[in-house]
Design a protein around this ligand. Sequence first.
Ligand code: CO
Ligand code: ZN
Length: 330
Amino acid sequence: MNDLIKKLVEAYGPSGFEDQMRELIRPEVEPYVDEVRVDALGNLIALKRGDGQGLKVMIAAHMDEIGLMVTHVTKEGFLRFTNIGGVRPHGLWGSRVQFANGAIGVIGSDRLDDRHKIHPLNKHYIDVGATSPDDCPVGVGDAAGFMQPFIANGSLLTSKTMDDRIGCVVAIETLKRLQNIPHDVYFVFSVQEEVGTRGAQAAANGLDPDVGIALDVTITGDVPECAPMSVSLGKGAAIKVKDSGMIAHAGLVRLMRQRAEAANIPFQMEVLDGGSTDARSIQIANGGAAAGCISIPCRYVHSQSETVHAGDVQACIDLLVEILANPIAL
Ligand code: CO
Ligand code: ZN
């Protein structure tokens, strides 16, 4: 599975620029589904048909990553930029970024008189080696993603985009294990989650599912002096009960818990004090859907070294298989 993880987490795909991701994922799912299509917003939607006895289920994992967008090229050829999604200024200095056309840059920042302070985003710039706007390989409106190799450090897996390429991996690996299932399951590899769960919203409005489950990362409470949170790396799939954008469907939460217990899959209950996922958009699309989220515990979310545990990833796959392979009564 690490080969698939490496392939997806090192790829380029800031929100709104997911084309390369879509082309990577499509051949991974095509052999296992009945239909694959791309909607007008860019969501990749793969349908695995059921036997007609079950529900219409939407699974959502987002392809996009946080990133940067060029706002201005200085006359010396340096690029000023704005954020795409939740990029924080600390950690930017010295970072490497890549653009859709392959151009690579290094982030610098204006002089700081007080080294205890951090410059805001707009006092940073990208150096792509240009000397003027004329020889600059990218321009205003071009988007950059961060550049970091995937590392597997024992069971700990680290990359720039575990959020949410690891959710995409959970979806793909689950799909490979599903055979005669009762439900029509739409696996949506969604766009633009990091700027407000927009892709999933459009997809859910179009599909009108009975049940929706997002696959996404959640933060943990197991590192020094962090905010209290009852989710730890290595303790299993996190079953979301609430985050700042939604309260998961109580019946669906109960079902997830029962399936995990019955199949001896390690799990933990998640209440996230901030943030949300595609499940929020699915829940309130059209006339509403029973929505929930299986979260992959992750340290350092929205840094360039997002870290998950291989055992938790496996637990999330096992749990999703248990849910989709059996009847769902809520
Ligand atoms: Co995110
Ligand atoms: Zn995410």
